[in-house]
Structures are given as C-alpha cells and as structure tokens.
Design a protein around this ligand. Structure first.
Ligand SMILES: C[S@@+](CC[C@H](N)C(=O)[O-])C[C@H]1O[C@@H](n2cnc3c(N)ncnc32)[C@H](O)[C@@H]1O
Ligand code: SF4
Length: 370
C-alpha cells in the first residue's frame, strides 16, 4: 500500500503540560520544576508550546477535549494565564459536549484566574486536594490547608463551574481509616462532580522514593473504605481510581483508556499517535527550555497489549462491538478463556471486563498477556 493512501485514525484529545510548581510534593515524580522567577522563561515555554501545536497542522480538527495538566497550571500569573488560554483557544471546539479541563492547586486559585478560565471556555476544573487533614497535608509536602481547599472549591462554584473534580490520595504515611472517613464527610458536603482517589504509589524519582521509604501497605483496606464510602454517597465507580456523579466521567481520560489517539504537548507530555498507519507512543524529552518529541513504534502485539492494559482499567471494560477490540479479543482468546474460568474476567453485554476478584489482582492478570 502506498503511504499516501493510508488514512490515519483521528486525534481525539489534546493534553497540554505546564511543568511549573510553587513547591515540590514528596510523593511526586511528574515532570515539574519550581517555577522560575524570570518571566521570560515562562513566556518562552508558552511560545514553544504554540510552535509545537502549530506543527500538528490540521490534526486537531476533530478533537473532543483539551486537558491542561501539570505541574501546576494555576501557578501561572494572570498575563501568563491569558496567554496560555489565547494560544489554546484556536484548538477549542464550539460543540456543547466539548470538555476543556485544567488542573488547579488550592493555594494558587484566585477569582480573577477562575474568571479567565471561564471566559476562555474552560468548563471543567480538577482541584488537587489530596487529603482534608492538615497534619497529613504538611507531611506530604503540600502548602495549602483544608480551609483553603474548601474556600477555593466554593469560589469556583460561585464563579459558575458546574463540573469540578477533586483529587485525593490514600495509603499515605500515618493516614488512618478515620482520616478517610473525615475526607468522605467533606465529600458529602461539597459534592464534587468527580473524584480521582489514588492509592499512593512510591515513585523512585520522588523525594520519598530517593530516601527509599517503603509504602505502609494498607491499600486494600483503604480501597474498600473509599469505594464503599463513595458508593454510599451516590458516586458511580467507572475506572480503577475514578468516580463520578450524574455521568460526569472524565471524557478526556476515557479517550486514554479506550485507546483513542491523543497528542501531548509540552515537556514530559506523552501521546499515542498514528502516522502512516503505524502506532507510536510519543514522549517529549528534555527540559522546559528545550525538549524534543521521541517516537516509540508499537508492534501489533504491543498495540494489542495496550488495548487490554488500558481497557481493563474501565469498570465497564472493553467494547467488543468495536472491530479493533474484537480483533484483540480473538488474538488473546486462549488467555481470556482461562481467566474467565478462573473468574477473573467476564464478558457482560459484549464488554470484556475484570470481575471484582480480578480488579484486586489486575497487575497479575496483565502479566499473563505479555
Ligand atoms: C501530578 S498532580 C498535578 C496536579 C496538581 N499539581 C496537584 O498536585 O494536584 C496530579 C495528581 O496525581 C496524583 N499523584 C501524583 N503523584 C502520585 C503518587 N506518587 N501516587 C498516587 N497519586 C499521585 C495526585 O493526586 C495529584 O493530584
Ligand atoms: S503533586 Fe502537583 S504540586 Fe505537587 S509537585 Fe507534583 S505536580 Fe507539583
């Protein structure tokens, strides 16, 4: 087949990385640096973002979501925030279901910034609260306290945001089940539309990882309390660590788990792209002043494994009505049948998914697909 006759699948979503933070949390190994004092560095970063976006030509014509993540996008000053939003505004679509999200840290949220986000069409906020316990917040290296988190959440509601997500963590050092119960009480009062509640992962490159700290290992117990507690409050569990009210799941993140194509711009950002019919994982390597996109070509088997690994994170599972997923299912048929016999996987309404037992040992299940 001639290259020119290959029609690539469309890019569905765009991730934009803002790597600047006001402080470094002890558990975090994301690509981030302390915000430089020199404003030219940030302007230069935004200029580079603009060039990188332009290099995609018309590939973003059909995107359904933009996600500005970090780092801490809310730590940009007002003029930098406006510039960032202006650069992205030509990629935003006018359709009513277009999801446009930004990650915020409580301490750097201001009314003026919220109004700018709103004015530029950002319609979903993700606020990094992590825990409502002030002692724990200090221990994990955060610089906000619980009253700031609550106040800024309420401010965002007053400015008119009707889709707000909160990030929380469990299995933190010294965290007790009572702390989780207090977090659940706050959730009950605040009623965020969406919650990402992650179990702490000890990352080698984090401050804690470098000190060789070991995880407390209470995650299964906490997991149970978190998921039962949120269910009681009316939240739907739709992905390993994600819950929502009223079907307000993260449209953007679902594109990752469904193996749709997405582009990542900015230092450290990853993407999943198709070029001339070939799948590539991309990652922008370098530093915030200068970085370069690296392409890792996926073999057919790598691609199939990715469909399984990402898709099984969804509670609903992998849609076997889609031809590409059915092909993957047929490829792994023997392994899948074995896992179904062991009651770790099941097919329900033509979706392949983990059973409750399977969800608890997902990593072990995945190893057998390798
Ligand atoms: C990398 S942060 C970026 C957003 C923002 N700066 C913040 O801190 O909320 C995104 C989320 O990843 C989660 N996260 C980061 N490191 C983690 C780790 N080691 N284990 C579990 N979750 C982690 C936190 O819940 C955090 O809110
Ligand atoms: S968790 Fe957020 S604020 Fe903390 S260091 Fe990581 S990106 Fe920065």
């Amino acid at each position: 087949m001639k290259k020119s006759s290959i029609v690539d699948r469309k890019i569905k979503s765009l991730y934009v990385h803002i790597p600047f933070c006001e402080h470094i949390c002890f558990y975090c190994d994301f690509v981030k640096i302390i915000k430089p004092k020199d404003v030219n560095s940030i302007n230069k970063y935004l200029n580079n973002l603009q060039d990188e976006l332009a290099s995609y030509g018309n590939k973003f014509d059909d995107i359904k979501s933009i996600y500005i993540g970090g780092g801490t996008p809310s730590c940009l000053e007002i003029n930098e925030t406006i510039r960032m939003c202006e650069i992205l505004s030509s990629y935003k679509k006018e359709s009513i279901d277009f999801e446009y999200s930004i990650e915020l840290n409580p301490e750097s949220i201001t009314k003026e910034k919220l109004e700018i986000y709103k004015q530029f069409g950002i319609n979903r906020l993700s606020i990094g609260v992590q825990t409502f316990d002030n002692n724990l917040l200090k221990k994990i290296g955060r610089i906000h306290d619980n009253s700031t988190a609550i106040e800024k959440y309420q401010l965002a509601r007053e400015v008119g945001f009707s889709n707000i997500s909160i990030d929380l963590m469990y299995n933190l050092f010294d965290q007790k089940l009572d702390n989780i119960k207090v977090d659940l009480e706050h959730i009950k009062k605040l009623k965020p539309d969406h919650i990402s509640w992650y179990s702490l992962i000890m990352k080698e490159d984090s401050v804690w990882g470098k000190k060789n700290l070991k995880l407390p290992g209470n995650d299964e117990l906490f997991d149970e309390v978190v998921s039962k507690g949120l269910k009681k409050l009316g939240y739907d569990w739709y992905e390993v660590s994600n819950y929502c009210l009223n079907n307000k799941y993260s449209r953007h993140n679902v594109t990752y788990w469904n193996n749709s194509l997405f582009a990542g711009v900015g230092v450290g950002a990853s993407g999943f792209e198709q070029i001339d019919g070939q799948y590539f994982l991309t990652v922008n390597k370098g530093n915030y002043a200068s970085y370069k996109k690296n392409y890792e070509k996926l073999s057919t088997e790598d691609y199939y494994f990715q469909v399984i690994m990402m898709g099984l994170r969804m509670v609903k599972g992998i849609d076997l009505n889609k031809t590409k997923n059915k092909t993957v299912y047929n490829f792994y048929r023997n392994i899948i049948d074995k896992k179904i016999d062991q009651e770790l996987l099941e097919v329900v309404d033509n979706f392949l998914r983990c059973t409750k037992k399977g969800f608890n040992i997902m990593n072990e299940i995945l190893v057998d697909f390798l």
